[in-house]
Design a protein around this ligand. Structure first.
Ligand SMILES: Cc1cc2nc3c(=O)[nH]c(=O)nc-3n(C[C@H](O)[C@H](O)[C@H](O)COP(=O)(O)OP(=O)(O)OC[C@H]3O[C@@H](n4cnc5c(N)ncnc54)[C@H](O)[C@@H]3O)c2cc1C
Length: 291
C-alpha cells in the first residue's frame, strides 16, 4: 500500500461526495485499487488520501430497465463476466471483462475504474463505446449522464471532475437477434494489457446487415467507434468475401490513424488477424444472438 495521510470508507454516496468536494481534489476515489494503488506506490500519482467506494450501497448492481442495461460502477469484471443478464443482452461486454488480466485483477478491478483510468487499451471500454454506453456522474451539484466516448479525452485523461464519482453505466440493448463479440490481442495470454482489441455488434435482416457497430481499442489514445468500418458492413451479406473486405478496411483505418508510428507495422497486420477471427466466429455462429 502507498503511504496515505487520509483514508475514508464512507457508507453513503453523499458522504463520499462531501469528502471529495471538501478536499479540493486532494482525495481520490478508490474502487478496486488495481490501477491507483500501484500508481501511488510507484510515485506516478500523488494524492493526500483515498475515498474508498467499496461500502457504498447499490453501486455493484446489474439490472434491466425497459430496453436499457444498468451497471453499478463498482461492479467487478468477474461479476460482469459471469452475469447471465450481460451474457444474454450484451455478450461482447462479458467477453471483454473475461479478457482482462488475471483472475485476481478480474475479482478486484471495476468497470468504473476501467473508464476513469482511461487507458488506450481498456478492454471493457472498447465494448462500452461500441454499445454507445453512457456514464452517470454524481457530485454535490447533481448528476449528469455523458457518453463514455465523450468522457475520455486522451490517454489517461478524462472529463471527470475531481469532485465527481461515476456511479452507473447504462446502455440500450442491441436489437433482438444481434450478434455481438469481442476479441483481444495481447502480448501474453494472461496478464496482458491489450495491444489491440476489437468489438463488433451487427444484426442481419433479409440476409443483409442492417445494423453495425465496430469499436477498436489500443489504436488511438482511447477506444472508439470506427464508422468507416461500420459502413463497410452495412447492407452487405455475411460471407467470406465480406470478412476479407472488412479486414482490409480495418488495416486501412489503422494505417490512417497510426501513420508512421513504430507500432503501425505490427498493428496494421494484427488488426486484419483479429478482424478475420472475430467476424468468422460471428458469421458462423448459428445461435439466437441478443435476446
Ligand atoms: C497486472 C494487471 C493487469 C491488468 N490487465 C488489464 C487488462 O487486461 N485489461 C484492462 O482493461 N485493464 C487491465 N488492468 C488495469 C486495471 O485492472 C483496470 O483499469 C481496472 O478496471 C481499474 O479498476 P479499479 O476498480 O481497480 O480502479 P482503481 O485502481 O481503484 O482506480 C483507477 C482510477 O479510477 C478512479 N476511479 C475509480 N473508480 C471511480 C469512480 N467510480 N468514479 C470516479 N473515479 C473512479 C480512481 O480515482 C483512479 O484514478 C490491469 C492492471 C494490472 C495491475
Amino acid at each position: 500500500m502507498p503511504d496515505l495521510s487520509e483514508y475514508y470508507q464512507p457508507q453513503s454516496l453523499t458522504t463520499a461526495l462531501e469528502l471529495l468536494a471538501k478536499s479540493g481534489g486532494k482525495l481520490r476515489p478508490l474502487a478496486g485499487g488495481t490501477d491507483i494503488v500501484p500508481a501511488m506506490s510507484k510515485g506516478e500519482l500523488k494524492a493526500d488520501g483515498l475515498v474508498d467506494l467499496s461500502k457504498l450501497p447499490d453501486i455493484q448492481r446489474i439490472s434491466v430497465d425497459g430496453n436499457e442495461v444498468k451497471i453499478g460502477s463498482l461492479t467487478t469484471f468477474t461479476q460482469i463476466e459471469t452475469s447471465p443478464l450481460i451474457r444474454a443482452k450484451a455478450s461482447l461486454l462479458a467477453e471483454a471483462a473475461a479478457a482482462v488480466g488475471s483472475p485476481q485483477i478480474r475479482n478486484l478491478g471495476t468497470i468504473g475504474g476501467n473508464i476513469a483510468n482511461a487507458s488506450p487499451a481498456a478492454d471493457t471500454v472498447t465494448a462500452l463505446v461500441t454499445l454507445d454506453a453512457k456514464a452517470r456522474l454524481d457530485s454535490l451539484k447533481g448528476s449528469r449522464r455523458v457518453l463514455v466516448s465523450e468522457l475520455l479525452c486522451g490517454a489517461g485523461k478524462t472529463n471527470i471532475h475531481p469532485q465527481e464519482i461515476i456511479t452507473e453505466i447504462n446502455f440500450k440493448i442491441p436489437p433482438p437477434g444481434s450478434k455481438t463479440g469481442f476479441i483481444k490481442l495481447g502480448r501474453r495470454k494472461a496478464l496482458a494489457i491489450a495491444r489491440m482489441n476489437l468489438a463488433i455488434i451487427f444484426n442481419v435482416k433479409e440476409e443483409r446487415i442492417s445494423f453495425a457497430r465496430v469499436g477498436l481499442g489500443a489504436v488511438g489514445p482511447n477506444p472508439r467507434r470506427y464508422v468507416v468500418l461500420e459502413n463497410s458492413l452495412l447492407g452487405q451479406t455475411p460471407s467470406e468475401v465480406l470478412i476479407e473486405k472488412f479486414a482490409i478496411e480495418a488495416e486501412c483505418e489503422v494505417t490512417r490513424v497510426l501513420g508512421s508510428r513504430p507500432s503501425a507495422v505490427y498493428k496494421c497486420e494484427a488488426v486484419k488477424g483479429i478482424a478475420r477471427d472475430l467476424l468468422t466466429k460471428l458469421f458462423l455462429d448459428s445461435g439466437q444472438g441478443v435476446v
